[in-house]
Structure formats: structure tokens, C-alpha cells
Design a protein around this ligand. Structure first.
Ligand code: FMN
Length: 157
């Protein structure tokens, strides 16, 4: 079974989450390609897909949204899961999850997922430029991410 793990990122933290998800799926015997959504040409080559992007400036990162929209037909034929990261998930609360799920509607309403993973992100204040009012740190919980990816292995089949 061939699985696509597609990600969109600005600072690279989502790419690392995608790589972790890919690693877990590989350990479950799946053939996995981890790729930026801007580098994927043929979705029909895959039996399942996982698409991940951060929420930034109150939106699921636009290249990921664009990817899902442009590949709607091919993605609709296979099991699809989404994941997202953001400061809203630093504390895993129902309010945070509801807020994130609203932001992910731009993709969940286009292709319905078999599962959605929501995790804290990583934020380091830039030396120059706009500083966001978020606590600085790496809030990605690798145990949670691994557990989610392990559960996906059966949901994607
Ligand atoms: C400019 C900027 C805007 C952000 N806006 C949001 C937001 O609206 N909601 C949220 O939950 N997290 C927000 N974040 C946190 C990011 O989702 C987090 O830093 C994420 O790990 C970035 O992913 P990347 O490293 O793959 O680009 C923002 C971060 C930055 C730098």
C-alpha cells in the first residue's frame, strides 16, 4: 500500500511532523512518500493520503488548501487524513480543537477525512520583523503525534 504524506510549511516544523508520521506508517509496513504539497504531481499513484499544514494567521496554510481543492477528484477516491499544528493546541482543550476544526473546514468540506490530528506547533520569535503574541517554544508532543500516526495505519486501509 502506497501512502502520500503531503505537507505545507513556512518554518519547517510541519515538515518534521510529516516526517514522523511517514516514519510511523513505514514501520507499519506501508510504502510512504513524504513530500511538500508543491512537489506532488500525481495523486492517483497513491492508495491513501495524509495532508498536513499549520494554522497561521487564522487560516489552514493556503498551499495545502489549494492542493486539496485541485486534487479533489483523486483524493475523493482514497482514504484521506489531515493534521494541523498551531499555538491554539498548546493546551489540548475542546475549545482549541473546535477552533482548529473550524479552520480546517476549508479542506474537510472538500474531501471528508477518515481522521484529523491536531497538535501544538513550534514558535521561535524572529530576530527581526513581526513578533506574534504566542509563548515561544516547541509544543509538538511527539508521543501524541506517534500515537495518532499508529492509529492511522488501520484507518487508511
Ligand atoms: C506569523 C504567524 C502566525 C501564526 N498564526 C497562528 C494562528 O492563527 N493560529 C495558531 O494556532 N497558530 C498560529 N501560529 C503558530 C504556528 O502554527 C506554528 O508556529 C507552526 O508550528 C508553524 O508551522 P511551520 O513551522 O510548519 O511553518 C502562527 C505563527 C506565526 C509565525
Amino acid at each position: 500500500m502506497k501512502v502520500l504524506v503531503g505537507y505545507a510549511t513556512v518554518y519547517g516544523s510541519t515538515k518534521e511532523v510529516a516526517e514522523k508520521v511517514g516514519e510511523v506508517l513505514k514501520s507499519k509496513g506501508m510504502e510512504v512518500d513524504v513530500k511538500s504539497v508543491t512537489e506532488i504531481s500525481d495523486v492517483s499513484a497513491y492508495d491513501a493520503a495524509v495532508i498536513g499544514a499549520p494554522v497561521m494567521k487564522f487560516s489552514f496554510l493556503p498551499p495545502a488548501k489549494k492542493f486539496v481543492k485541485s486534487n479533489r477528484d483523486a483524493l475523493s477516491k482514497i482514504p484521506v487524513a489531515y493534521f494541523s499544528i498551531g499555538f491554539k493546541m498548546i493546551n489540548d482543550t475542546q475549545e482549541g480543537r473546535d477552533w482548529m476544526m473550524k479552520k480546517l473546514k476549508v479542506v474537510t468540506k472538500v474531501v471528508e477525512p477518515v481522521d484529523v490530528g491536531l497538535f501544538g506547533g513550534k514558535y521561535i520569535k524572529p530576530e527581526k520583523g513581526l513578533k506574534m503574541p504566542f509563548p515561544e517554544g516547541d509544543w509538538r508532543d511527539w508521543d501524541k503525534i506517534t500515537a495518532w500516526a499508529e492509529g492511522l495505519a488501520t484507518k487508511l486501509k
